[in-house]
Design a protein. Sequence first.
Lengths: 800, 375
Amino acid sequence: MSHLRNILLILLFFYRQVDAQEYATISGYVRDSTASENLNSATIYDQNSQQGTLSNTYGFYSLTVPAGKVNLIVSYVGYQPKHLKLIVRKDTTLNFRLSSRNQIQQVQVSVKKKDAVTSLPGHQHITMQSIEALPGFLGEQDVLKSLTILPGVQQGHEGSAGIFVRGGSPDQNLILLDGVPVFNASHLFGFVSVFTPEALQSVDFYKGGFPARYGGRLSSVVDVRMKEGNKNKPETNLTFGIISSKFTHEGPITKGKSSYLISARRTLLDLLVTSAAKINKLSSSDGATVPGLNFYDFNLKLNFDLNRKNRLYVSFYTGGDRLFSRFFMNDSYTGQENHEITSKQTTNVNLHWGNKIGAIRWNSQIGDKLFLNTTLSSGLFQYTIHNNYKQVRTEANERTKQQTDIKYNTLVNNNKLQFLFDWYLTNQHKIQFGSNAEVNWFVPGKQEISRNGETPFKRGNGWTSNKALALFADDHWTPGEKLTIYGGLRYDFYLLQGEWFTYLQPRVSLCFAPSPKYSINLSYDEMAQPIHLLTNSSIGLPSDIWVPAIKNVPPEYSRQIAMGIKTAISSNLNYSFDSYYKTMKGVINYKAGYSFMDIYKDWGNLVETGTGRAWGFEQTLNYENRRLKWWLNYTLSWNNRRFASINDGKPFPFKFDRRHDINLGLVLKLSKETELSAIWTFQSGQAATVPQMDYQAAGPTDYTTTDFITGKDIEDPDRIQYIDNYNGNRLPAFHHLDIGFTFKKQRASYEREWKIGVYNVYARQNPYMYYPYTNARGYLKYRQISIFPFVPSISYHIHF
Amino acid sequence: MKTCSTHIKITSIIAIVIPLLFSCTRDMDVHIKNVEKKIVVQGLFSDEEGWDIVLLTTKDMTQNIDTYVKNATVEIASGTDPIIRLHYTKFGHYQSEQKPVAGKAYTLKIDTPGYDEISAQSSIPVPVKAKVDDFKINWLTYMYPNDLLDYDVFPLTVRFEKPVPDANIIFRAEIFNPESGYNRYLLPSSAVKELEQQGIPSLAATRLEQLADQWQTDPGIYEKCFDGTETYTEETKHYNMLMEKLQKKTVKQREYAAFEPTMCFADDNWISNISYDTYSVFGQGQQVEKASLFYADPNLKYDMQYNSGPKPGKEYWLEVTQGNADYYEYYRTYILQISQRLNPYSGPVEVYSNIKNGVGIFAGYHRQMIHILTY
């Protein structure tokens, strides 16, 4: 209590300081002039008093200046800055509308340069324009893949779902769409993320220096914001690509006051594949297989200005993947008594997984300095399998029918109410505080088997839940031009199996810039995670299962300290160096020999908890002028795990421990209408356990000889493979070069864009999966499967 | 309009071609560290047989022959009892006629030139007699949850004479076929030399040499020595040459090696099958009094229902093994490793070892064989 009292006294002190002088507060919104989209992190700066502030996520700002003449400059990356001179005698509301521009001007560069040096550590604000400039995979620009070019962020391997941030695993990333957690952020086994770029406004990515409002994951935050929809005029985007085609339409409901955005995306490739298989089926009377795979996304956003100080947003997203296979086989033969017997068998396998997200958000401006954002949201991820087998057998006009249905279901559902206040206490203290209450529901794997209409046999882990309450506050404090401090505290309360677990998580970041040319930064974060992901591999299968922390598998917890420097070598060239050290406890792993196929057992007994340690050095060198932008990112890192039952309890390299990670890229404007982009990615080989020695087993050794999953005979079941060093081997290095060309043309009524690209230009065969086999000479070898040796792509985009 | 249709054409062609470009396989270069060879101890012991410890080394998986350790000093100590020194016989075996005693704690010490001293401790649990309750064969269809397949089974209850404290128990179903179970086969080492002179592959000869002069229950074990060494056309010729050299005798005992495993499933909370294995049921518990099982053999139900001829005369048995915790963990992880070896979803399974400065197992057990029925 005494701490709380002290904090209140300090706040009161600052408030009285402000009150004692003649000051006036200017507040309002910064928005895009064309679409009236809110601009997050726009700079509002008074050149006379040299006071400045940033707009919040919803474009709101509040700046207190000495009463009298002010000389305001409002700027935002990619927009024309706005200058305004006025005399302010009392608290004033000023809304700014900035115009987008194509030409990069000196003012912007200088603002950017300052930002580049003084921005807080671990945070990147990424605009969709910068993502769209990168070469895509199969013509698809992707939010998550574009993050992997950043230092400290790794792609697992080709086709792996999720990203690996500073030694973390994919489940340790808090991925938010309009503030709602997305539990499975990928489509097509991890090749494409669920975010449709045309429907997005911006991405804020944190790998350290986490604001206190974020919690529940250890390693990173990817905060994706959807566009609000153009309030002034209708706009349409159409894209035809190899992987998918997209339609996005936005416009005003009531001009200037409310808007909508609708976006839909779907694969078209499956229509070709499935149709071809169906044609084949027609020509075959004995049997055929009709496979199919598709994914879809649908986004809807509504945005209403209720009055000058209140706004309402409604966001909805649904998306998913569907993988199916229909197999049939007909057979006829003559039975013992010369009866003709016919048999028709059909097997339908349907896998469906996807997310549903809904959020209602109410923005309320309370006075000139306080802004409240209230959010009620719900997010659901569900994975279902339905396997149906039917056999109809006819013998001597007697018909027998057999049917088996196997259904599998796993889901996670998050329901949250959040109050988030932005309090512009003084120009030096921007305080954010609030609370949220959550109820999470889980079905960690439930199976139902029914035969011939009999009572279904049910097994698995049914509904379970946990509850969470969080209180948080942080202060964005700028004591002087040279120092920025971000201090926060988050207090999480988790109700797990009737018992409260509490985690007080301090977070501090500071940035000291003794000169405009360089800065030193430092951050310390503690994070707690009350849910776990049961996963065996990261090959992008939806077989990963979310489960709540429980008493004997408690929440994960991490501590991270990071230090770095940033310097502007010249007006175009920046260099940064960061180092981090992170410890994790409570990380989980399936016990040896268990996999998601055992999930119908009590999952708490299938896993063990351990610790993790990661440290590394990240360097970035980037250059940007009007025509050319290039960067070189290099990460040197170590990433270990420790579990009591693995590797004799000694630390071992995490599967995605990559010693070196290099990313070299460029975006070059060849002409006003043509742009070239190229990215070369290199990662050291991933860690693997490759047994090299074996020995004769003792005692009875006549056990299972056929593998259930593969149906293959297990060779030498009497021999034990000796694992000397868990994950002690390295697979071949992973690298590829991707290039892309963009051809834009502005017509009178529309803009069109062709994108042509090649993924993996020099056809590097990176390992996707590998398996052992014995070659003709009797030697044990490992064979790798590579999936994308050389992939050209093309997409056509039209905007009107 | 023309431009648009050209675009659609190009897009369609590329859409069809691209999937064909996906996926390719090749041998992978794995950066493999040099791994030191370790001494392997095969030291399972029971109160029914004299001490027999086998020492060998781990071998490179690309090689075909085990290397046995011949020059070790192997000693067993138990409290204040005189130290038992085991004598080397052949093929890595160190033996003594003295039998271990249940309930005593034993310490194994092995000195091998060039290696650190190896040691391990274990004991045989005090045996508790088990018997099978009277039963009638009541066939049920049991869906094994681990592979979702149906099996024809009948329930069986095993009851212990008194509660078993610290129970580490493994149940296995076994068949003894009197037609073949009493036969023994031996290949003299002189015959191996003759076969080598007659042109059998040298790798096969080396493997046969390691089995020579030992009576075996299954002649197929000799045949297996030719695996991967001969061409298809040589198979019959080599088989005939081998059969000519084999010596045969019959014995009167049902030796354990002559039993063949059949299926057995758990029907109690404290016991379970491991992974996809259908042969063994494992259970750990305190003061265990009984176990409910499903006994199964793929042919037994069919034979009983449809075989109107003479009964095959096969004997169906249940093996009940009481091990200590090391024995249990070793077998559990061994079966897990075998079952999961080809499972791409499973992480690698390390087989449990209690050998300090080596690998393998030194663990005591007590085995009971219970006759179920003869059909």
